[in-house]
Design a protein around this ligand. Structure first.
Ligand code: NAD
Ligand code: DAU
Length: 339
């Protein structure tokens, strides 16, 4: 079994590579990544020498390069994680999101058709459903919730999802889609809420909370997401969408306060800054379908997962300090200095 995993040098993709090499040591895992600012080869250091692992530096929009790789590897399964993934960056510069997230997806699917892959899996997001109001805790995203996006990022992911379903109907490509809530865990890029707050708190820097900090996200430990995708590519029904989430809703401000508490840092570091444009209020997944059909349930409780995550950032300072000492400085200055 050969699986092409795109975006495997990023946060969730790398965790998926580790999970698959461990759970299915007989599989060949071919990781394709362009190594954008978000991709980090040092993340994959521990598997580089594994004979069942191959890393290929490649842009998923590069039709010729992708075709050549498929001809070489003749993959059974393709799992597409590669994407521009940060909402704030999509508000600054939407175009690259359309390029990678939509065109890149079509290039990967065209190759998957040509080389008759048995399964093309698209890693999508709960953000395609838009947001839910704070005063309706009874509402959740199901697979039938209409697509209703807020940011260029979520719109590009929704565009890709529609294309995936169209390739299934029009060309019979054997596809599945997973739409997951917010992940956290090791190798999370420090531009995102949880690792940014950990890194800033450790440096006694201000903790920039957007708006009033009351926006709610449904947090899932990254390993649980990887296990869900493993189940879907093996046992999920072709043509279907599966929502993945852990019924773990938390307001941003509560997460930031919890990080302060765990690190022994004062809440006076918290600084309320200008809100994100079009900021989604609440995400909440109903995971009934994946539970009933595939027996998936989240295994890591948030209280344990956040402790493990904070410990990982304490134990792996070099990984994230190398990142925040480079080009990231300019990004941080641009996004936060006049906020
Ligand atoms: P990430 O930004 O950490 O990693 C993205 C990876 O894709 C990087 O390694 C980057 O180099 C690579 N990449 C970007 N453009 C590429 C291109 N043109 N060709 C090849 N590689 C390219 O993202 P993440 O948080 O790990 O998210 C992975 C996927 O999961 C994305 O599709 C995202 O939409 C989805 N998702 C993320 C979350 C979350 O909470 N992080 C939740 C649900 C779904
Ligand atoms: O729901 C899944 C999505 O989760 C994925 O599709 C995206 O790829 C992923 O980046 C994530 O999107 P969010 O926008 O929810 O994640 P982010 O970490 O950027 O922000 C989480 C919340 O914290 C959000 O309400 C904005 C807020 N925030 C974020 C940052 C970076 C702050 O208050 N301050 C910050 O500095």
């Amino acid at each position: 079994m050969t699986i092409i995993v795109t975006g495997g040098a990023g946060f969730i993709g790398s965790n998926f590579v580790f999970h698959m090499l461990k759970a299915h040591p007989e599989y060949r895992i071919v990781c394709v990544d362009k190594l954008t600012y978000a991709g980090n080869l040092s993340t994959l250091e521990s598997v580089m020498e594994n004979p069942n692992f191959r890393f290929v530096k490649l842009d998923i929009c590069d039709r010729e390069g992708v075709d050549k790789l498929f001809a070489e590897e003749n993959p059974d399964i393709v799992v597409n994680f590669a994407a521009e993934s940060h909402v704030d960056r999509s508000i600054e510069n939407p175009e690259i999101f359309l390029q990678t997230n939509i065109i890149g997806t079509s290039v990967m699917m065209d190759a998957s058709r040509k080389y008759n892959v048995k399964r093309y899996h698209q890693v999508s997001t709960d953000e395609v459903y838009g947001d839910l109001p704070l005063d309706r805790p009874d509402l959740f995203f199901t697979e039938e919730t209409p697509i209703h996006t807020s940011s260029p990022y979520s719109s590009s992911k929704a565009g890709a999802d529609l294309l995936v379903l169209a390739y299934h109907r029009t060309f019979g490509l054997p596809v599945t889609i997973s739409r997951c809530s917010n992940n956290y865990g090791p190798y999370h890029f420090p531009e995102k809420l949880i690792p940014l707050m950990i890194a800033n708190a450790l440096a006694d820097k201000p903790l920039p909370v957007y708006g009033k900090g009351e926006n709610v996200r449904d947090w899932l430990y990254v390993e649980d997401h990887c296990k869900a995708i493993d189940l879907i590519i093996h046992n999920g029904k072709v043509g279907e969408v599966y929502n993945v989430g852990g019924h773990n809703e938390m307001a941003n401000i509560d997460i930031v306060k919890l990080i302060c508490k765990e690190l022994g840092k004062p809440e006076s570091l918290i600084t309320y800054v200008t809100d994100r444009k079009g900021h989604d209020m609440r995400y909440a997944i109903d995971p009934t379908k994946i539970h009933n059909e595939l027996g998936w349930l989240p295994e890591t409780k948030f209280a344990d997962g956040i402790k493990k995550t904070i410990q990982w950032y304490l134990d792996n300072e070099k990984w994230w300090k190398d990142i925040i000492s480079g080009e990231y400085q300019n990004y941080y200055e641009k996004m936060y200095s006049n906020r």
